[in-house]
Structure formats: structure tokens, C-alpha cells
Design a protein around this ligand. Structure first.
Ligand code: NDP
Length: 394
């Protein structure tokens, strides 16, 4: 049976890997919509190659450029947030949510309302509005499949097991670019250095978030929201080789570990073929050659973002939306060299403290407006905090 697929964030790292897999079995898939942002040339080229029905850029002022690039192809062009929602409403059997940031939430919710299968790479949706997202899925009979490698791994380690027998979930972290740097050197770390991941080839923002462990912090919250596991049962383990992605511990003492190469096409392929397993062209691990796997506990002095995530999980409600938004602005500040690497966590903590004093952090994210308001407020506060940071950015 030919499956209708839509890819949000098609021009990004996850989107391109998804297109790679779909392109290997063109007879099995029909592309409905592809969306992108600034990279209109790539979006148009991929839409032509896959004969998509429609291509949408999130940037309203790029519509003419997209139309020109698609001229004569018969592929519809559209732009802006409303067009993204319209694309999410087009009937599709499988939709990839791979926009980066909180912007992925609204199209994800719209996709779920058509009762489809949503492959969720956009972790920010779960962090900012987990209950809203999962409730929407349940209400419309939709399926959400995790694409983040750790969550795909947990999902796979849980398959066929009794959820009531789960004692703990352990997600692993490579430790990112600065894992072995002396603590005192971190103050001088540059965005270029932070954007070099030892194992994974990912977008710039998520790679820097790996070095600061803000990415792992988002994943802690994502684990809680997706699997409904209480925060005290979720652990992080530093695993420099990035081959064991997650482990699930059961009440009989057994630990089910998921291993795979550091290639997102495994998790994407799993979601694409689910509930079956299909051929996915990733490297096969040769454990005899690898020889050893190492693990160590995470250091919360080096990575204060992990402590902040635990506080956010405890608070619940809109704290995740505030955390994610403040983190995005702190990251912007670091990339723009307005603040230093270590100051990012300080900015996020100050924003959470201020918003908590104002009240309203702990209420449940009832709707998109609620979440959007908190997102906006946290961004404003984060810029205020950054503006008050001294010239050395520390
Ligand atoms: P990229 O930055 O590579 O791609 C992001 C995509 O979103 C691009 O298509 C981009 O368009 C589009 N985009 C950017 N801003 C907006 C916006 N405001 N509205 C709509 N579309 C927008 O990110 P990744 O592919 O690395 O990550 C995507 C998501 O998947 C993130 O949530 C990330 O955390 C998650 N993830 C990524 C992993 C990875 O290995 N990369 C692993 C696990 C999860 P354009 O490029 O044209 O501007």
C-alpha cells in the first residue's frame, strides 16, 4: 500500500535523513507536503524530486522565491504559519515533525487532529506542552512515535513489556564537545567549538545544546511527558561512545539496553516502518571491534542544565515552556557572543526564578495561547537578563 507522507522541517538534518529513507523506496510513498524555512532552494529541489503536492516555507516573505523555484512543476507553493497549519491538515498517513524549536508545536497539534501517525523529532513540543500534545493525540485517535534516538530506544525496550514492571529509565548522553575539557576552560568556549560533536552529525543548535546538556535536559522532560514516568525514575548516564541510547530497568533487576549506530536514520526508519521492522541502511555495530563501552555519572557542576530540568519537571505546568524559551534565547545570546557558554544556564535559571516569583509557572498548559504567552514572556525576560550580563558575558 502506498503511504502518504508529509515532512515538517524537510530541509533540516532530520528532514533530509527522512527524505533519504523515503527516496530509497519511492514506490512505497507519496509525498503530500514538504516544509522548510530559509532554505527555499533545497525545499524546491526536494519537492520537485519527490513530486510533492505542496511545498511550504515558514517565511512569508520568501513566497515569490519559492513560487519561482517551483515554476512549471505543478507543485503548489505557500508560505507562513497559516500555510504550515494548512499543510498539517492535508490528509497523510505519516507525518514527520522535524521543525526545530517551539515553532513545531502548532503544526504538530494540527497534524494530530487528523488522527494520523506523528513521528516526533521536535522534542520542544513535548517540553513546552507535553500534556496538551498527548491529550490531543488520545482525543483524536492519533499515534505519536518518538524519533529522538533515546526515546525511540526506550520505546523499543518497552515493547511487549508490562509498563507496571518498569522501575527506571536511563537515557544516555555523550557529553558533547566539552565533556573532557577542564572546567576552568569552559568560560572561554566559542560557539564554533561547541558545535563540533564527537559522535553525531546534527544541526548547529542541537549540537551546542549537547555540549551544555540543555539537549539532555529537554530529553529528561520529554521522557517524563512521553512515557508518563515520574521524574525520580528517570536517570542520565554519560556514555561517550553513543552506542547504547537508553536502558529500561524492570522490577526483577533486568536492564533492557538499546544499542545502535549514532545515525538518526535508525530511529527515523523505526518510526517509518513501525509496527514492523524494515531494512534501514545504517552501519551494523561490530561489538568485537568496538571492544568496550564506558559509562560515568553526569556532573551537575559541569552541566547545571540537568539540575534545572529536574526543577522544571517538579514544577510541571508551563515551566517547560518557560525553560525551553529561555534556553533558546540563551543559546541565541551565546551564538551571537553576547554571553559566555557557562552563562547560558545562569540566564535560564534567572528567568525561571523571576517567572516563578510572578506566579503562573505551575498551571497546566491548557491551550496553545497559554503556552505561546509563557513562551513570549520567558523570551522577553531572557533578553532582559542577557542585557544585564556584564561585558565579559559571564
Ligand atoms: P535543523 O536546524 O537541521 O532543521 C530545522 C528545520 O526546521 C529546517 O527545515 C528549518 O528550515 C525549519 N525551521 C527552522 N525554523 C523554523 C520555523 N520558525 N518555522 C518552521 N520551520 C522552521 O534541525 P534538526 O533537523 O537538527 O532538528 C529538528 C528537530 O529534531 C529539533 O527539534 C531537534 O531537537 C530534533 N532532533 C534532532 C536530532 C538530530 O540528529 N538532528 C536528533 C533528535 C532530535 P530551514 O533550514 O530551511 O531554515
Amino acid at each position: 500500500m502506498v503511504r502518504r507522507v508529509t515532512i515538517f522541517g524537510a530541509t533540516g538534518s532530520i528532514g533530509q535523513s527522512t527524505l533519504d529513507l523515503i527516496g530509497r523506496a519511492p514506490d512505497r510513498y507519496r509525498v503530500v507536503a514538504l516544509t522548510g524555512g530559509a532554505n527555499v532552494a533545497r525545499l524546491a529541489a526536494d519537492a520537485r524530486r519527490t513530486r510533492a503536492e505542496i511545498a511550504v516555507t515558514a517565511q512569508e516573505d520568501r513566497l515569490d522565491e519559492l513560487r519561482d523555484a517551483l515554476a512549471g512543476s505543478g507543485i503548489a507553493a505557500a508560505a507562513g504559519p497559516a500555510a504550515l497549519l494548512e499543510a498539517a491538515e492535508r490528509p497523510a498517513d505519516w507525518i514527520m515533525s522535524a521543525i526545530v524549536g517551539a515553532a513545531g508545536l502548532a503544526p504538530g497539534l494540527a497534524a494530530l487532529r487528523q488522527g494520523t501517525t506523528l513521528a516526533l523529532a521536535n522534542k520542544e513540543s513535548l517540553v513546552t506542552a507535553g500534556p496538551l500534545l498527548m491529550d490531543t493525540a488520545r482525543a483524536h485517535g492519533a499515534t505519536v512515535l518518538p524519533v529522538d534516538s533515546e526515546h525511540s530506544a526506550v520505546f523499543q525496550a518497552l515493547t511487549g513489556e508490562d509498563p507496571g514492571a518498569v522501575e527506571r529509565v536511563i537515557i544516555t548522553a555523550s557529553g558533547g564537545a566539552f565533556r573532557d575539557w577542564p572546567l576552568e576552560a569552559l568560560a572561554g568556549a566559542t560557539p564554533e567549538q561547541a558545535a563540533c560533536h564527537p559522535n553525531w552529525d546534527m544541526g548547529q543548535r542541537i549540537t551546542i545544546d549537547s555540549a551544555s546538556m540543555f539537549n539532555k535536559s529537554l530529553e529528561l522532560i520529554e521522557t517524563k511527558e512521553f512515557f508518563g514516568i515520574s521524574p525520580d525514575r528517570i536517570e542520565v548516564l554519560v556514555h561517550p561512545e553513543s552506542l547504547v541510547h537508553a536502558l529500561v530497568g524492570y522490577r526483577d533487576g533486568g536492564l533492557m539496553a538499546h544499542l545502535g549506530p549514532p545515525d538518526m536514520r535508525h530511529a527515523i526508519g523505526y518510526a517509518l516502518n513501525w509496527p514492523e521492522r524494515g531494512d534501514v541502511p545504517v552501519e551494523r555495530l561490530d561489538l568485537a571491534r568496538i571492544g568496550s563501552l564506558t559509562f560515568r555519572p553526569p556532573d551537575e557542576v559541569r552541566w547545571p542544565a540537568l539540575r534545572l530540568a529536574r526543577e522544571v519537571m517538579q514544577t510541571g505546568g508551563l515551566a517547560g515552556a518557560a525553560f525551553n524559551a529561555a534556553k533558546e534565547i540563551a543559546l541565541d545570546g551565546f551564538i551571537a557572543r553576547r554571553i559566555g557558554f557557562q552563562r547560558m544556564a545562569g540566564v535560564v535559571e534567572e528567568v525561571l526564578t523571576r517567572l516563578s516569583a510572578d506566579g503562573g509557572l505551575g498551571i497546566a498548559p491548557f491551550d496553545l495561547d497559554n503556552v505561546a504567552q509563557m513562551d513570549h514572556l520567558a523570551r522577553v525576560r531572557a533578553w532582559e537578563v542577557i542585557a544585564g550580563t556584564d561585558a565579559r558575558g559571564t
